[in-house]
Design a binder for this molecule. Structure first.
Ligand code: PFF
Length: 442
């Protein structure tokens, strides 16, 4: 078997991890969840969860990955605990489900890039979204998006993922900053900032039970946690780096980008008097398309926005595909190109229902995000906290500048705080899902 691949540089690893984290979750999901939950109130709870569970679980995945040098399914066996393999398998299953519809949404974004140039959505944003989201065109662009993702993964860690991330992540940041600067010049920008940034604490306490699972789920989703992406990426770390520093860097950049996305999206929506809480999952496509129709140079601004979104979505999507491909390579010695094409084809087929009927998209999204990712993260945390704590602490403390006091704090957070928050979130996620299934299908 050929030697296992590794990242060429530390920066490459960090940018790839940031690229995985920064995606539709930051720019599509975060603003609409914030809008639905009433603005700044959601932001506060979300930021809390990023610190309290996001960073600790990211480190859980980094530790398992670097220590085992394996994909999430084989990692446990390698660490001498084969009984836990199912925990990694749940993650891989979540990956299958997530990527199959993530690619469909990615396909919408590609359509909107073209439609910005032609102005196709200007006249009737709502009707245009309905026509974009499902049907033959949605299936075709889903195929195109999946093809792009597979093309990058097939090139391997250094030539594919690392190169792409080095180019694409900085582009996303530059484009977002330009768009936020433009947003600041729009009428009603200050109202938009007030909505986004001034929390109403009454609102937080009134809606706590819906805000908590959404905010915790989003903290997880945005950091790509629970399904082993970060295990896989850390498994390609050849040398000893300080995992805490790398983890903190990823969390801070991801959070800053989500925050920046809010500074872009809300001024656009307010400029056109679009209610940010109205559109749900369609906000980025209907509300913003409406906004682009009304603002100066809207066609160009829209194109820049959707190009930026497409790049962000690609870097996340290829991280998910990499988990499954690395499983094939580690286990069966499958050639990377063949494995990538085979998996991409399976994922394409799995995603087709969500490209034909949005109810399936919701069904996939809720199952994967509110249940499987949370369950995956819970199991990984219980494993590290209670089964493998000594090895995990040893691994976290390896590398320059590590801090024993932080490690002790971390392991107790992983043992107690994270499981409590995740069990509550999971229970709410399961009951919400049952309710959803009853309403949607029965
Ligand atoms: N973090 C990505 C985003 O915010 O769009 C989504 C994601 C990628 C979730 C990879 C889970 C994952 F494993």
């Amino acid at each position: 078997m050929p030697a296992r691949e590794t990242w060429a540089t530390r920066l490459g690893f960090i940018l790839a991890a940031v690229g995985s984290a920064v995606g539709l979750g930051n720019i599509w999901r975060f603003p609409f969840l914030t809008g639905e939950a009433g603005g700044a109130a959601f932001l506060v709870v979300y930021l809390l969860f990023v610190g309290v569970i996001g960073l600790p679980v990211l480190l859980v995945e980094f530790v398992i990955g670097r220590r085992s040098e394996r994909n999430p399914v084989n990692a446990f066996e390698r660490l001498g605990k084969p009984g836990w393999t199912f925990a990694g398998a749940i993650g891989a299953l979540a990956g299958f489900i997530i990527l199959s519809y993530y690619s469909v949404v990615g396909g919408w974004v590609l359509q909107y890039v073209i439609d910005s140039f032609t102005g196709a959505y200007f006249a009737d944003p709502e009707g245009h979204f309905a026509a974009t989201a499902t049907g033959t065109n949605a299936v075709l662009f889903h195929a195109l998006f999946m093809g792009l993702v597979a093309g990058i993964v097939a090139l391997g860690i250094r030539n594919g993922l690392e190169r792409a991330a080095k180019l694409m992540v900085p582009s996303v940041i530059v484009l977002l900053v330009i768009l936020a600067g433009y947003g600041a010049t729009l009428s009603d920008a200050s109202e938009a900032y007030a909505y986004y940034l001034a929390p109403d604490f009454g609102e937080i306490s009134a809606n706590l039970f819906s805000i908590i699972p959404d905010a915790a789920g989003q903290a997880f989703f945005t950091l790509s946690l629970g399904m082993g992406v970060m295990i896989t990426y850390a498994s390609y770390l050849g040398e000893d780096r300080n995992l805490l520093t790398d983890g903190l860097t990823v969390v801070v950049i991801d959070t800053a980008i989500a925050f920046l996305a809010g500074l872009v999206v809300f001024p656009f929506l307010f400029a056109q008097n679009v209610d940010p809480g109205e559109g749900g999952a369609g906000t980025v496509f209907i509300g913003l398309a409406d906004a682009f129709a009304g603002i100066p140079a809207g066609s160009l601004v829209g194109a820049v926005f959707y190009i930026m979104l497409a790049i962000a979505a690609l870097t996340s999507a290829f991280s998910i595909l990499e988990v499954i491909v690395s499983f094939l390579i580690d286990n069966f010695g499958v050639d990377r190109k063949t494995g990538t094409i085979a998996i991409a084809a399976v994922l394409f087929v799995l995603g087709i229902p969500t490209a034909l009927d949005l109810t399936y998209l919701d069904a996939y999204d809720l199952l994967a995000n509110n249940i499987l990712l949370i369950l995956g993260g819970l199991l990984l945390s219980l494993f590290v906290g209670w089964v493998y704590a000594d090895g995990a602490l040893d691994e976290l403390n390896r590398g320059r500048g590590s801090d024993g006091a932080f490690a002790a704090f971390w392991i107790w957070t992983v043992r107690l705080v994270v499981p409590i928050v995740l069990v509550v979130t999971l229970a709410l996620g399961v009951s919400g899902y049952i309710e959803f299934l009853n309403e949607a299908f029965f």
